[in-house]
Design a protein around this ligand. Structure first.
Ligand code: CO8
Length: 372
């Protein structure tokens, strides 16, 4: 049995924050902090905070806007975190709502119904609770018979989830699988940190993986192969976890949010990703010239330019390595799937493309596809 991707869906939150709006709120927070601590700053016991800049953000990252679940809380200099009210146990969770919207679009695109799906994998960076699994909630809400589980490989969650889905389809465990990535990255972003306050946005993607033999939509891509790699690194880290309440520091410290050494990540990850894609092509007897599209993880524009150049041996055009980072920012595992969702329609029968994610772990996931 061969597996194929037959449909994708995308939920884009309606609220949007431009770099300018984000920087205005951040700089107000900085001014308030420096005023409050003026005497400690003048006697040298406290370092003054430095202002952020929209020009720096666009130049360093390629990000211009981000979509968010809640704008007002993030832009309130006294709060700098989204307002997302806790829901009752008998209400669907917010990530479940996002997941169902994206999944329904993916089902529609693939021409399938919930009766055709045997498994749901929710693959994303942050889960709303320890248990019951979000995926089982989504499965129940959609009325899917079969099984579901959650997995987290940070930015590589969707590609690792795809690999699990492809395995399940190819070994006959499931006729079709939904892989869903509901990412609320803004809830774990430190909006008071100048180095990273601009990096993330929110979105949810969904993918239908099914047997090639049953795939009948207009947009079927055979999964040629998957290749995964992980190498431990502390350069992207978040210490939030269930043991936090057992330590007197609790969850109040900044290390319980996203923290990274951006420069080191850039230097370590670019060569790793380029060599994984290169090896993956070689293992499948494909030459880099045959690669028509690279749907890359969307973290940083220069990073994507460098990776595509290393793989292709020349600069990729904006169509060969499409960018959605400018409008969505980094949406962790959803990013490469958003690029695929938006920039797959035009490629031709027989063309080869790669969905490739990379991020915390470190982790790299490469999924080679051939348009049917
Ligand atoms: N405004 C103005 N100036 C600034 C700002 C700012 N906001 N921030 C930093 N600067 C200054 C610095 O102080 C520095 O000044 P100086 O040269 O005087 O020291 C200068 O700008 C340069 O700073 P950097 O070296 O930090 O800037 P870079 O050019 O390296 O750009 C980036 C920073 C954009 C962070 C870049 O390094 C980058 O994107 N690296 C790649 C990171 C990456 O890909 N990470 C992937 C992680 S995502 C992931 O795996 C998902 C995790 C799970 C998600 C969880 C949800 C929250």
């Amino acid at each position: 049995i061969k597996a194929a991707i037959s449909g994708t869906g995308l939920y884009t939150p309606p609220e949007k924050i431009s770099n300018e709006e984000l920087v205005e709120a951040f700089n107000q927070y900085v001014a308030n902090f420096n005023k409050q601590h003026a005497s400690d700053i003048s006697d040298g016991t406290v370092e003054p905070l430095q202002a952020s800049s929209a020009a720096f953000i666009e130049k360093a990252s390629g990000i211009k806007n981000r979509r968010v679940i809640n704008k007002s809380g993030i832009l309130d200099p006294e709060r700098m975190a989204p307002y997302i009210a806790e829901r009752r146990d008998d209400e669907p969770s917010i990530q479940c709502d996002m997941a169902v919207l994206a999944a329904n679009e993916a089902l529609e695109q693939s021409g399938k119904t919930v009766a055709d799906i045997d498994a749901v994998i929710v693959a994303c960076s942050n889960m709303p609770r320890a248990y019951p699994a979000l995926s089982v909630e989504v499965q129940s809400r959609m009325g899917i018979d079969g099984f579901a589980y959650d997995m987290n490989v940070a930015c590589s969650s969707a590609t690792f989830g795809l690999q699990a889905a492809v395995n399940a389809v190819e070994n006959g465990t499931a006729r079709a699988v939904l892989v869903i990535s509901p990412e609320i990255c803004t809830a774990h972003l430190n909006f008071r940190d100048r180095d990273s306050h601009f990096i993330f946005g929110d979105a949810c993607t969904a993918i239908v993986v099914e047997q090639m033999a049953t795939a009948s939509s207009n947009d079927v891509y055979e999964v040629v192969g998957t290749k995964l790699k992980t190498v431990f690194s502390n350069n992207i880290r978040n210490n939030f976890g269930f043991l936090n309440r057992c330590d007197e520091a609790g969850v109040g410290k900044a290390d319980k949010l996203f923290v990274q050494q951006g420069r080191k990540v850039f230097k370590d990850v670019v060569p790793m990703v380029a060599s994984i894609i290169g090896d993956h092509l070689k293992e499948n007897n494909l030459a880099p010239e045959q690669l028509k599209r690279m749907w890359l993880h969307q973290a940083n524009l220069s990073m994507n330019k460098l990776i595509s150049k290393k793989v292709m041996g020349r600069e990729a055009t904006s169509l060969e390595a499409p960018v959605i980072l400018d409008e969505y920012a980094n949406t962790s595992s959803a990013g490469s799937v958003i690029a695929y969702h938006k920039y797959k329609g035009d490629i031709e029968k027989g063309d080869i493309g790669v969905i490739c994610s990379f991020g915390a772990g470190y982790s790299v996931g490469s999924v080679l596809l051939r348009k049917c």
